[in-house]
Design a protein. Structure first.
Length: 79
């Protein structure tokens, strides 16, 4: 994830899948997109188009979503 935070270019769908699944997200294949949702926080979700080259916005969204997940997990650990 730190590499994605620094360089958001040249990542693919497999990289995003590994990232999301590594943080506990489950995926569902749609017709043209893959949908990632976190089972503990179902409102944390992302939709990723299945293209060979992934747009930078998908990487930015993934980093932001996982930062939010970490924040929620940290808050839960404090209570």
């Amino acid at each position: 994830m730190e590499k994605m935070r620094v360089s958001k270019d040249k990542w693919g769908t497999n990289d995003l899948r590994k990232l999301y699944e590594g943080f506990g997200f489950v995926c569902k294949e749609g017709s043209k997109h893959t949908i990632y949702k976190h089972p503990q926080y179902p409102y944390l979700r992302a939709t990723v188009a299945r293209h060979t080259k992934i747009a930078v916005g998908y990487i930015q969204a993934a980093v932001k979503l996982i930062d939010k997940l970490k924040e929620l997990e940290d808050q839960g650990a404090k209570h």
